[in-house]
Design a protein around this ligand. Structure first.
Ligand code: CTP
Ligand code: CA
Length: 218
């Protein structure tokens, strides 16, 4: 039972970002991109016009999806904002919160006797919060929240702070859920309440999430 999304434009972000330290090294995270790619695939299968802004992952492009590959949080920010306006933004990417103040043009070498290295990091722009605050705010703004503890509390705080319509919280660092896994469980939280989805495959969860979005867009 799939809800038709014909004529709806959806922008999805997925995967990690890589923040370069020097030509050989970067700061990354464990996001596989699978959840965001599954959402993009399901949305396109239901007739939506889908733009997928993908961090560095080796996943095939889902059928019918326009994919924009990016590497850093800064590039993802630019790609997402230039994909507006849209009807729904689904921020499934694990965007770096901090990035090196400077990327060294040459490989950083150890100095003789050096025991520590300080990296200065600066905060990145919050893409999701900016989309939600934009004059081109989509009708639906959906975030994800990967938490290791106090999942519902932290996610609800993000829902309110970033002025989202929905946030999909998942507990990471547990077997069979979250990063890297093909399966996941989500707690979908809105101002009106919350609903548990899964555990199920990311494809099944993507379908259930899109049912909720289609209801809200109707
Ligand atoms: N997000 C974003 N831009 C950032 C950081 C996060 O768009 N610079 C989005 C993510 O795509 C996700 C949501 O914000 O949809 C929540 O990400 P998360 O890392 O769980 O929350 P943060 O607000 O970064 O808070 P913290 O990492 O401190 O828990
Ligand atoms: Ca974060």
């Amino acid at each position: 039972m799939s809800a038709a999304l014909a004529g709806v434009r959806i922008v999805v972000s997925a995967g990690p970002t890589y923040e370069d330290i020097d030509p050989a090294r970067f700061l990354g995270n464990r996001s596989s991109g699978k959840m965001g790619f599954a959402v993009a695939a399901e949305a396109a299968a239901r007739g939506a016009q889908v733009v997928l802004v993908a961090g560095p992952v080796h996943l095939p492009t889902p059928a019918g999806v326009q994919r924009i590959d990016v590497r850093s949080a800064r590039q993802m920010h630019a790609a997402v904002l230039s994909a507006l306006p849209c009807d729904a933004y689904i921020g499934a990417a694990a965007v770096a919160d901090f990035t090196p103040r400077m990327t060294s043009p040459q490989k950083i070498k150890k100095q003789a006797g050096q025991e520590t290295l300080m990296l200065e990091l600066v905060k990145t722009s919050d893409i999701l919060a900016e989309v939600a605050a934009s004059p081109q705010r989509p009708r639906l703004v959906v975030g994800f929240a990967a938490e290791t503890e106090q999942v519902a509390e932290y996610a609800r705080d993000k829902l309110l702070r970033k002025r989202l319509d929905l946030i999909c919280a998942n507990q990471v660092g547990q077997a069979g859920a979250g990063f890297e896994s093909d399966d996941n469980a989500l707690l979908v939280i809105s101002a009106e309440g919350q609903q548990a989805l899964g555990p199920a495959s990311k494809q099944t969860l993507a379908g259930q999430l899109l049912d909720l979005l289609a209801e809200r867009l109707a």
